[in-house]
Design a protein around this ligand. Structure first.
Ligand SMILES: [Zn+2]
Ligand SMILES: [Zn+2]
Length: 105
């Protein structure tokens, strides 16, 4: 049994144009709840991706980029799309010599 997130009443199964939903007499329905869950899953997926990149750093491509710490001019690089898709992606570098990491937007 599911209860309303807003008022605590028992939700009643019903149908709308998109399929089965759980409705409450106060106007709340389970479709709103579903949207929240999807947002959380996307966020988790992104964190997993960052972790994966960290673990596979030895296989990343190298580029000519000067390390701000030791002056070595070769670094591993990868890119991560931050937040909204229309924002510029962030480039990450890791020095092949001293393992210093930095980012460029
Ligand atoms: Zn309710
Ligand atoms: Zn360095």
């Amino acid at each position: 049994m599911m209860f309303c997130q807003k008022c605590g009443s028992v939700l009643v199964p019903g149908r709308d144009k998109d399929g089965i939903i759980l409705k409450c007499k106060c106007g709340y329905n389970s479709r709103a709840r579903k949207n929240v869950l999807i947002t959380e899953e996307v966020k988790l997926g992104r964190e997993d991706k960052i972790e994966l990149v960290d673990k596979k750093i030895e296989t990343l491509p190298k580029t000519k980029e000067e390390c701000p710490k030791c002056g070595n001019n070769t670094a591993y690089f990868w890119t991560i799309q931050t937040r909204a898709a229309d924002e510029a992606e962030t480039r990450f570098f890791e020095c092949t010599k001293c393992k210093n990491r930095w980012r460029v937007n």
